[in-house]
Design a binder for this molecule. Structure first.
Ligand code: ZN
Length: 106
């Protein structure tokens, strides 16, 4: 399973719950604080913040959500979600990057 790539039908969050989460965040993106009206839609960001007691949902605009899923959030933005850099590192999808230095002399 790839993190951030869950099938949509598996969501356990009811519409009412999602609405109340959005209301708690004043219908704004948690990161850039743009309103749902100005971005068109707020997306469910699935965050596993262990420091906050497990899985949580945050309203994020599509731009911030993409950024989050790609692991491009900076420290200030992470703080707004209650995440530390360490937690985020663990949550980020791991890329199988193999850096091999090829030495042309051998
Ligand atoms: Zn945003």
């Amino acid at each position: 399973m790839v993190w951030g790539d869950e099938p949509k039908k598996r969501t356990s969050l009811s519409k009412t719950e999602w609405e109340s989460i959005k209301a708690r965040h004043k219908n704004r993106c948690c990161v850039c604080e743009r309103t749902e009206k100005s971005v068109g839609i707020l997306e469910k960001a699935h965050v596993k913040a262990h420091s906050r007691g497990g899985t949580q949902y945050f309203p994020l605009c599509p731009t911030c959500h993409t950024k989050y899923d790609k692991g491009l959030m900076n420290l200030t933005e992470l703080k707004k979600l209650g995440l530390t850099k360490e937690t985020y590192e663990r949550l980020k999808p791991k890329k199988p990057v193999k850096k091999k230095i090829t030495n042309p002399w051998f």
